[in-house]
Design a protein around this ligand. Structure first.
Ligand SMILES: Cc1cc2nc3c(=O)[nH]c(=O)nc-3n(C[C@H](O)[C@H](O)[C@H](O)COP(=O)(O)O)c2cc1C
Length: 401
């Protein structure tokens, strides 16, 4: 455990002199559990997001500082069939860093069998059970957030998987079905009793979906009670919010989802703020991405599109989805429409690109439209008055008494 020196109180966790630093915890158990590299900074993960957290997004997030990421959600039963297309969701590529396989299901035997097959791929550092997805299709099967109502089943599923695999089994869940039905303490007890390795908590109720308050106090209480590491999640859109979650709840790691869509720099910005050990100023989430250099932005966006295309080629060859070269092209264009458009957030030409998107059919056409957007933004920026240069403060050496 890291202790602050007597002279300097920690600017990172704001602990008093000589106190324990809860952020620079040298022996964060999550490093060992997931085999993560310890660079002495707090852990920030990319959350599982169906339709988003695929191999290209994970790779780009890792490159920008995500310590670990999760696959999209896969149906455990579907994974029992080796030729099943659901396996496309478990495809990984190089340079993604540590990845957790994220599954949903309801039956202990099926979950265990799927866990064995996932472990055999040797691609993952852990297997995570979803107990928080509020999608109707998933709830109808009794899976996802429905599982919160049945801690015993969660226990049995984890026990069954642990019997047959050596990878750590973790759970991602919510506080409970609704504010009058807090269930997290029972779920936590079930996970601990079953030997679950860690618990990721999206600190909202199922009834809240992805909106409304994140309940920091409850997250903090869960962390205080837990004997396993807790990963905090919910509304971390800025470096300030990352600090806030660590400070308020003292969780072992944080996980963020929506903020990383079209904005992998969120990981870099959070990491850099921890490096400086100076708490960032509060910014509303809409201003979460500082104005970016257009060249950097374009490089990452175009790289993302290329990775997406390469990834789809692999999926097409292995699973037949998408079936043809034209379909691959169309799927990349669609991905841009739905997901990568967020890269253009707050740029001058973004509205213009949005208007033409429905007519674009090829990746080259998308590239051209995006380049047009950058040109408009560059022209706009050229009209702005130059930023005033901040005077450099001279350090005045202290006089010796
Ligand atoms: C489009 C989308 C898809 C998601 N898919 C999953 C999922 O498959 N499994 C899961 O546990 N959570 C899923 N989530 C929830 C996120 O993992 C995360 O808990 C939630 O978005 C709150 O974190 P955030 O405020 O950082 O986005 C999804 C969220 C979004 C927005």
């Amino acid at each position: 455990m890291f202790r602050h020196g007597k002279k300097n109180p920690c600017k990172l966790c704001l602990q008093k002199r000589g106190g324990k630093c809860y952020i620079l915890i040298m022996s964060n158990p999550l490093h060992t559990i997931f085999g993560l590299r310890d660079n002495g900074l707090p852990l920030v993960f990319l959350a599982p997001m169906a339709g988003y957290s695929n191999a290209p997004m994970r790779r780009i997030s890792h490159r920008h500082g995500a310590a670990m990421s999760y696959t999209e959600m896969a149906n455990a039963r579907a994974l029992l069939n080796p030729s099943e297309r659901t396996w496309a969701l478990m495809e990984t590529t190089k340079l993604e860093g540590p990845v957790v396989a994220h599954l949903y299901g309801t039956e202990p035997d099926v979950f265990a069998e799927a866990a064995v097959k996932v472990e055999q791929t040797k691609r993952f550092v852990a297997i995570d059970l979803n107990a928080g997805c509020p999608a109707k299709k998933v709830l109808a099967e009794g899976a996802g957030a429905e599982l919160i109502k049945d801690p015993q089943r969660i226990h049995d599923m984890i026990v069954a998987a642990r019997r047959v695999v050596s990878l750590p089994i973790t759970l991602k869940t919510r506080l409970g079905p609704s504010p009058d039905k807090l269930a997290i303490y029972d779920v936590l007890a079930a996970v601990e009793a079953a030997g679950g390795a860690a618990l990721a908590l999206h600190a909202r109720y199922t009834s809240q979906g992805h909106r409304g308050d994140v309940h920091y106090n409850l997250l903090a209480q869960v962390k205080q009670r837990a004997n396993i590491p807790i990963i905090g999640n919910g509304n971390v859109h800025t470096p300030y919010a990352a600090w806030h979650m660590f400070e308020k709840t003292r969780v072992d790691a944080i996980m963020l989802g929506r903020a990383a869509v079209g904005n992998p720099w969120i990981f870099t910005n959070i990491r850099d703020s921890f490096k400086t050990r100076i708490k960032p100023k509060y910014h509303p989430p809409t201003h979460s991405r500082p104005k970016m250099n257009l060249e950097t932005l374009g490089k990452v966006l175009f790289d993302h599109l290329d990775l997406e295309r390469e990834h789809l080629k692999v999926l097409s060859a292995k699973y037949g989805i998408p079936p043809t070269a034209e379909d691959i092209e169309e799927t990349v264009v669609n991905a841009f429409r739905c997901r990568h458009f967020r890269y253009l957030h707050s740029l001058k030409g973004a509205c213009y690109v949005r208007k033409c998107l429905s007519e674009l059919r090829t990746v080259d056409a998308v590239r051209e439209a995006v380049q047009g957007c950058f040109d408009r933004e560059a022209a706009y920026r050229a009209t702005l008055p130059p930023k005033p240069v901040k005077p450099v403060k001279k350090k005045i050496p202290k006089k010796k008494a």
